[in-house]
Design a protein around this ligand. Structure first.
Ligand code: ADP
Ligand code: MG
Length: 683
C-alpha cells in the first residue's frame, strides 16, 4: 500500500498548520474535534503566537518540529498557504491536506496558485488532498481521527466515503445521530488538484478494513482511468457512486462549483452500469445501500417476500420492488400452511403477508422466520408501523435476532420516541429503513453487484494503426484502409468527378444509388443528394441533374458523385462511436437510417466491451429484438452483427485519433446480408 496515501488515514503524527486559540475559528474547532474524538497519535499544532491550545503544546513554526510528520493539515489563510506547503515539503512531509480555499474554484489567479502548489507536490513525490476541502476521518479505533471541524463522534463502520463537496460532507457528519450512517474512512477532496477518486478507489480496494466504497462526485477527473480499474478487474468490492449534475442546468452548477468539467449524464449512466458500479440517485440511497452491503448477506435472486402489519406501506414497498426489477416471491404451499396457523383469518397468507395492526412481536418473528426459510424466497422485507398497543422495540429486536444467510431488511415507521430507545437498547443495532420504498433499491443494488461480480473479459486498448495527417472527416481511401483492417462490410464505392460523370455512364452496373458529395455537406439526404434505385442511364442522368440543382440552390458545388450498388434493404441499423472527454471511447448500436433521432432507439456503452455487453446492446434495443426474430420471423444472423460491433469497438480502442465515426446506415437485406453504405470517420 502506498505509504503517502496510507498516512492520510493511518497517521501516527499529525501536524496542524494554522491551529488557533480563537473559538469558532477553523484552526480551533479542528483541534477540538480531534481531541474530543480521541486521536491515538501525536498532535503537532503550529501557531506562532500560542504556547498551547486545548492542552496541546504548540510549535511556533513547522521548522521547529523535530519528529517526522506523517500527515499535515494546512488551514492557514490563502496568502500563507504556498509558504506552508514549501516548508512541509522541506521537512519531507509526504501527505498534506490543504483545507484553505480560494484556488481553482474562484478563478484564474487561484487556478494558477493551485497549479504551482501541485507542481511542488509532484516534484517532491508528496500527495495532497484539497485544496478547498474539509478534512478527513478514520473511525477505526487504532487511529480514531476526526480531522474535520464538525465535532461529531462518528461510529465505526466499514464503508469508505469520498465527498467532492465539503458542504455535503459536513451535512452528512451533522446528520449522523439521525441517520446512523457508519463509516471507516471519510474524506472531503475539495478541488481534487492531486488526490481524487482515481487514487482512493484502488486504495480502498486494498484496505482490508473497508468493505464498501462510496463516492459523492460532481465530476470524474478522468473517467477512462476510473473504469480501467474495472476493465482490469482490480476492483471486487461494491462501489456506489452518487453523481450530481444530471440535468444540463445541474451540470452548469457543478462546473461553476469547483471549476470541474462534467460529463454528459447518459455516458455516466451507461458506463457505471456496464462496469457493475452502483449508481445512487440520492444521498439516502447511497447510504442505505452502503448499510445493506455492510450489514446483510447478498441476495441470491430477485424473489422477495414482504410481511407487514399495515396495508399502505406494504403497497408502497411492493411498488418499489417492481420499479427496481425485483419480484414478489410465490410462497410455497408448505409455508402458506404454516402461516395459516399464525396469521389472523382476516389477514393474508399470500405475499405480502398481512398480520394486521394486532400483529405481535412473536408473530412477526415467527412469520419472518417462515418466510426467510422458504426456498422460493431470496430476501424478506418486514414492514412495521407502530400501533398504540404493540411496542416497536421487541418486534424489531425479535426480527434482528433471526439468524439467516439471506437478507432480511426491516422498515420501521414508529412513534417518535422509538429511535432514541433503539440506539440505546438495541443489542444488534442493525440498520433499519424509514421508508417502505427504501429496501427495494438496496436489494436491487446488492443483486446487481453480485450478478456483476462473476467477472467478464473486456476488450483491451490496442496500438494505434491509423496514420493520417488529416483532421476532420477521413478521405475515402483512408476509410477503406480502416474498413479492410476491421472487416467492416462496406459496399463497392465508385467516386466520379462531377465534370466527367457522363463519360463514365457506360461503366455503371444498374441498379445503383447516386450521392452528391461535397466537403460542405454532412447529411446528404437533407440536401436531396441521395438518389436510390437508379435503374438505367436516363434515370441516372436525371438524378445527376437533380442533385446538381439542389446543391446550386444552396450555392454549394458538387465535388464528386458517389455511385454504389443499390442494396434492397429490410432494416437499417446504426453503429457509431465517439470519444467522451472523460470516459473515452464509446460505442453505440441501434435503429439507423435517416430517422435515428426520431426513433431514438440506441444503446450506448464504453468501447471496452465484454461479450455480454454486446449481447445486451442488441437485446436492449427495439431493432435488436426485431433482428433476434419476432412473430415467427426468421432471425437475422446476429452473430455477424456482433462481430461488426466488436470490431468497431476495436477500431475506437486502437485509434485514439478517431474522434467520432458513424456507420449509418448498415443495411440488412432480405437474404440476411449486411452492408455499410454510409461511413463517416472524424479524426
Ligand atoms: P446521409 O446519411 O448523408 O443522408 P446516406 O448515404 O446514409 O446519406 O443515405 C441516406 C439513405 O439512403 C439511407 O438511410 C438509405 O435508406 C438510403 N441509401 C443510401 N445508400 C444506399 C444504398 N447503397 N442502397 C440502398 N439504399 C441506400
Ligand atoms: Mg447516413
Amino acid at each position: 500500500m502506498n505509504k503517502n496515501l496510507k498516512n492520510f488515514f493511518y497517521p501516527k503524527t499529525f501536524c496542524i498548520v494554522g491551529a488557533s486559540s480563537k473559538e469558532k475559528s477553523i484552526g480551533y474547532e479542528l483541534l477540538k474535534s480531534i481531541k474530543e474524538y480521541g486521536y491515538t497519535g501525536k498532535i503537532l499544532p503550529v501557531n506562532p503566537k500560542a504556547n498551547e491550545i486545548l492542552g496541546y503544546k504548540c510549535y511556533s513554526s513547522i521548522e521547529e518540529i523535530t519528529e517526522p510528520i506523517d500527515l499535515a493539515m494546512v488551514v492557514v489563510p490563502k496568502a500563507f498557504a504556498e509558504d506552508s506547503i514549501d516548508k512541509l515539503i522541506n521537512k519531507n512531509v509526504g501527505s498534506i491536506i490543504l483545507v484553505t480555499a480560494g484556488f481553482k474554484e474562484v478563478g484564474k489567479e487561484g487556478e494558477e496558485a493551485e497549479k504551482r502548489i501541485l507542481e511542488k507536490i509532484n516534484k517532491a513525490g508528496a500527495r495532497m488532498v484539497g485544496p478547498n476541502c474539509m478534512g478527513i476521518i478514520t473511525t477505526f479505533s487504532e487511529i480514531s481521527l476526526n480531522a474535520t471541524f464538525v465535532a461529531e463522534k462518528p461510529e465505526i463502520g466499514q464503508t469508505a466515503f469520498l465527498s467532492q463537496s465539503g458542504a455535503i460532507g459536513a451535512a452528512i457528519l451533522n446528520s449522523l445521530r439521525e441517520t446512523d450512517i457508519r463509516f471507516g474512512h471519510f474524506v472531503s477532496v475539495g478541488n481534487k488538484a492531486d488526490i481524487s477518486e482515481n487514487d482512493l478507489l484502488p486504495f480502498w480496494q486494498e484496505d482490508k478494513q473497508i468493505k464498501t466504497i462510496t463516492f459523492y462526485l460532481e465530476s470524474f477527473v478522468d473517467g477512462e482511468k476510473f473504469i480501467n480499474n474495472f476493465t482490469d478487474k482490480k476492483i471486487t468490492k461494491p462501489v456506489i457512486v452518487l453523481k450530481a449534475g444530471r440535468t444540463s442546468s445541474g451540470m452548469k452548477a457543478a462546473q461553476s462549483h469547483t471549476g470541474a468539467l462534467g460529463s454528459s449524464d447518459r455516458v455516466v449512466e451507461s458506463v457505471l452500469k456496464q462496469f457493475g458500479i452502483i449508481r445512487a440517485n440520492t444521498l439516502n440511497e447511497l447510504f442505505n445501500s452502503a448499510k445493506g452491503f455492510e450489514n446483510f448477506p447478498l441476495p441470491a435472486g430477485n424473489k422477495v417476500a414482504v410481511v407487514t402489519n399495515a396495508g399502505g406501506p406494504a403497497i408502497l414497498a411492493v411498488d418499489s420492488l417492481d420499479k427496481n426489477g425485483l419480484k414478489l416471491a410465490e410462497l410455497s404451499e408448505k409455508t402458506k400452511n404454516k402461516l395459516r396457523e399464525i396469521v389472523h383469518p382476516e389477514g393474508s397468507v399470500n405475499n405480502p403477508v398481512d398480520l394486521l395492526p394486532g400483529g405481535t412481536a412473536e408473530q412477526f418473528k415467527t412469520v419472518n422466520e417462515m418466510l426467510i426459510s422458504d426456498e422460493n424466497v431470496d430476501a424478506v422485507v418486514s414492514v412495521f408501523v407502530e400501533p398504540v398497543m404493540v411496542p416497536a422495540l421487541p418486534v424489531i429486536e425479535g426480527i434482528n435476532d433471526i439468524k439467516t444467510k439471506k437478507p432480511l431488511l426491516q422498515v420501521v415507521m414508529p412513534l417518535p420516541e422509538f429511535w432514541k430507545n433503539y440506539r440505546k437498547n438495541s443489542a444488534t443495532k442493525k440498520p433499519l429503513f424509514r421508508n417502505p420504498e427504501d429496501p427495494a433499491k438496496v436489494l436491487a443494488d446488492m443483486l446487481f453487484y453480485s450478478n456483476n461480480k462473476k467477472g467478464k473479459d473486456f476488450l483491451a486498448a490496442s496500438k494505434s494503426s491509423l496514420k493520417t495527417d488529416n483532421t476532420g472527416f477521413l478521405q475515402p481511401n483512408e476509410i477503406e484502409q480502416l474498413t479492410k483492417k476491421y472487416k467492416l462490410p462496406s459496399v463497392n464505392n465508385q467516386f466520379i468527378k462531377a465534370d466527367s460523370v457522363t463519360k463514365q455512364i457506360s461503366r455503371i452496373k444498374f441498379p445503383v444509388v447516386v450521392k452528391g458529395i461535397s466537403k460542405d455537406v454532412v447529411h446528404k439526404s437533407e440536401l436531396n443528394a441521395v438518389k436510390v434505385n437508379i435503374k438505367n442511364k436516363n434515370e441516372f442522368k436525371e438524378a445527376i441533374e437533380e442533385i446538381k440543382k439542389s446543391f446550386a440552390k444552396k450555392k454549394i458545388k458538387v465535388e464528386e458523385f458517389l455511385v454504389q450498388p443499390f442494396v434492397k434493404g429490410k432494416h437499417e441499423i446504426l453503429i457509431g462511436g465517439f470519444r467522451d472527454p472523460s470516459f473515452g471511447p464509446m460505442i453505440m448500436f441501434g435503429s439507423g437510417g435517416k430517422y435515428v433521432e426520431v426513433f431514438n432507439d440506441t444503446c450506448l456503452k464504453s468501447a471496452y466491451l465484454s461479450d455480454d455487453d454486446i449481447d445486451q446492446m442488441i437485446d436492449e434495443t427495439k431493432i435488436g429484438k426485431i433482428l433476434n426474430g419476432v412473430r415467427g420471423e426468421k432471425p437475422f444472423k446476429v452473430s455477424e452483427l456482433k462481430k461488426i460491433i466488436k470490431s468497431s469497438a476495436k477500431m475506437m480502442l486502437g485509434n485514439p485519433n478517431i474522434k467520432e465515426f458513424d456507420l449509418n446506415p448498415l443495411i440488412i437485406t432480405d437474404d440476411n446480408s449486411i452492408f455499410a453504405v454510409d461511413i463517416r470517420i472524424k479524426v
